[in-house]
Design a protein around this ligand. Structure first.
Ligand SMILES: Cc1cc2nc3c(=O)[nH]c(=O)nc-3n(C[C@H](O)[C@H](O)[C@H](O)COP(=O)(O)OP(=O)(O)OC[C@H]3O[C@@H](n4cnc5c(N)ncnc54)[C@H](O)[C@@H]3O)c2cc1C
Length: 558
């Protein structure tokens, strides 16, 4: 078939309508990347930097044109917008007393980095040293720290740890709220040190979140990495193309197959295919291609091409318990109500790119230990100058703040399973939260710590009452606090680990991110994490994209 350019950037109506009936069979590329998310956009940029390498970046969603993607506070809208979001929902989870949760994932250029809470957190050096300790050569902290630096443009400039001239702008929040400042002071009074940079020498302490934001606007992976690369003639970006499976020639991956506006489509790969479809998308595509556990594939009548039991397993996420405190000082809850307030906020943003519209998912943070014998923090706080019944509903109509707390390294692991052999049918998500005694103990201790901090000055003086869990659930009542967490806790949207890296029987990719047993196929996204990192997962996913691009380039040269 001749070459048909259907890049969204110059999608010609006549070309589209002519080929819709027949389907598309696109020319071959050196590298085909599936998924333009946090990791995929980095790969597209780095690989297409060599004009001799042709790269196709294939994305199921559309362009990132919605203003709500770019204005930070738009997070609260895109989180429930099916035009930009896969809108997954988990299965009822026993650890949450049978509740099911919404699991948004980005479906647009930038992927989840276009709809996430903007918080920039690298995790702890020990996370990566643990990956190395599991046998993954090249993934220790000393190996990956330069990759974090390479991507980053930190507002204070570069040094040994922080990057100064990368594409991804990282800046401090332009917001300050009295109640959050008071929480930070109260945490200091409780004995926790202030840490001005949790992405610096040490993560431990309390302070303020850093954001993937540039001049008051979101800096998604698409903005950072596709922006400068998208006009390169050797990079083609295909939007609205949902990939269903991988075409194999014996053990070799040769093409991706999917649909665009209902028509079948195939894109050939001369060199290799990289799956960057995220922790839900990547294992689903593998299973639909016949790569997975034999029993799971057999259940849906899928021919087994290569058996790997771990595909979709080892699913880890961060679950947050969300204590809420009514307070006397103004919060977003009341300050954004009414036309007058909204007009004022809009003006402030237009004039200075500041004010509540620059608000990310959280403002204050703390990386703390629930036990003194731990080497590094095991919980993280997200302090938000607002409250809501759950993160996707409207804020409460009284002033309050949220002191959400999560366990950084949960032991519990769930799985992604197919619902059917139909591509486009959302998979079954079983998170399996709070399944181990350590996880139960840590979340309860986290809630207790939230309470202890809120009993300290100066935040104590601003608090009217603990709205949730509320006074009737006493500190000593372990079962009561755990039950409250089971009934109310929510995800903080960090699924990882479903195509884990390693050499054991459950590993899906090796430490060069090559799918075991299949040639010319890699996975590079949050799914390859062998264990979840101690922090939010966007920066690590971007680092994985950087690492993957080095690996692909090295192997192309070999
Ligand atoms: C609501 C929300 C808030 C979050 N807040 C934060 C935060 O504040 N800080 C932080 O660090 N992390 C946060 N995260 C998590 C972080 O954004 C993700 O861990 C990270 O973006 C994952 O990167 P990825 O490359 O693995 O996948 P993604 O960025 O999700 O990219 C996957 C891409 O593949 C595409 N795709 C999937 N299937 C197919 C297919 N079949 N065919 C073609 N394309 C496909 C998707 O549309 C998507 O564009 C948040 C996530 C969400 C959803």
């Amino acid at each position: 078939m001749p070459w048909h350019e259907i890049s969204e950037y110059d999608d010609k109506r006549d070309v589209k309508s002519h080929f819709l009936a027949n389907g598309y069979d696109l020319a071959e590329f050196d590298v085909v990347i599936v998924g333009a998310g946090s990791a995929g956009c980095v790969l597209a940029n780095r690989l297409s930097a060599d004009p001799a390498v042709s790269v196709a970046l294939v994305e199921a969603g559309g362009r990132d044109l919605s203003p709500w993607i770019h204005v930070p506070v738009g997070y609260f809208k895109t989180i429930k917008d099916p035009a930009l979001n896969w809108m997954y929902r988990t299965q009822p989870d026993p650890g949450l007393n049978g509740r099911a949760l919404n699991w948004p994932r980005g479906k647009t250029l930038g992927g989840s980095s276009s709809i996430n809470g903007l918080l920039y957190v690298r995790g702890q050096p020990q996370d990566y040293d643990r990956w190395r300790q599991m046998g993954n050569v090249g993934w220790g902290w000393d190996d990956v720290a330069p990759l974090f630096r390479r991507s980053e443009a930190w507002e204070d400039g570069g040094d040994d740890l922080r990057g100064g001239d990368g594409e991804l702008t990282v800046s401090r929040s332009r917001q300050s709220w009295r109640v959050v400042d008071a929480w930070v002071e109260a945490a200091k009074a409780e004995g926790f040190a202030f840490n001005p940079d949790y992405n610096g020498e040490s993560q431990e302490g309390v302070g303020y979140f850093q954001l993937t934001a540039r001049n008051g606007l979101r800096c998604s992976s698409a903005k950072a990495f596709l922006g400068p690369a998208r006009r390169r003639p050797n990079l083609k970006i295909y939007t609205h193309v949902e990939i269903h499976d991988i075409e194999l020639d014996g053990p070799r991956a040769v093409a991706v197959r999917g649909r665009r506006h209902g028509s079948p489509l195939r894109i050939g790969a001369r060199g290799e295919i990289v799956l960057s479809a995220g922790a839900i998308g990547s294992p689903q595509i593998l299973m639909l291609s016949g790569i997975g556990a034999g029993t799971e594939l057999g259940r849906h009548g899928i021919q087994v091409r290569h058996e790997i039991d771990g595909v979709g397993k080892n699913l880890q996420d961060h679950l947050q318990a969300r204590p809420i405190y009514r307070c006397t000082t103004p919060t977003i809850n009341t300050r954004t109500r009414g036309l007058f307030n909204q007009a004022r906020i809009g003006f402030e943003y237009m004039l200075n790119r500041s004010g509540p519209l620059t608000l990310a998912a959280s403002l204050g943070t703390g990386f703390l230990k629930t036990r003194p014998d731990l080497e590094t923090p095991d919980i993280q706080f997200h302090i938000q100058p607002f409250s809501a019944n759950n993160p996707t509903t409207d804020t409460d109509d009284f002033d309050a703040f949220t002191a959400s707390v999560l366990q950084l390294r949960p032991e519990s692991a769930g799985e992604i399973r197919l619902n059917s052999a139909q591509a486009g049918d959302p998979p079954l998500i079983h998170p399996n939260y709070l399944a181990t005694p350590l996880d139960q103990q840590t979340i309860v201790e986290g809630i207790r710590m939230a309470r202890r901090i809120c009993r300290q000055s100066p935040v104590r003086e601003l608090i009217v009452e603990e709205h949730a869990p509320g006074a009737p659930v006493a500190d000593e009542d372990f079962d009561g606090l755990l039950d409250w967490a089971r009934n109310t806790a929510t995800t903080i949207y960090h699924p990882t680990g479903t195509c884990k890296m390693g050499a054991d029987a459950m590993a899906v990719v090796d430490d060069r991110l090559r799918v075991h047993g299949i040639e010319r196929l890699r996975v590079a996204d949050a799914s390859i994490m062998p264990s979840i990192v101690s922090g939010n997962t966007n920066a690590p996913a971007i680092m994985i994209g950087e690492k993957a691009s080095d690996l692909v380039r090295e192997d192309m040269r070999a």
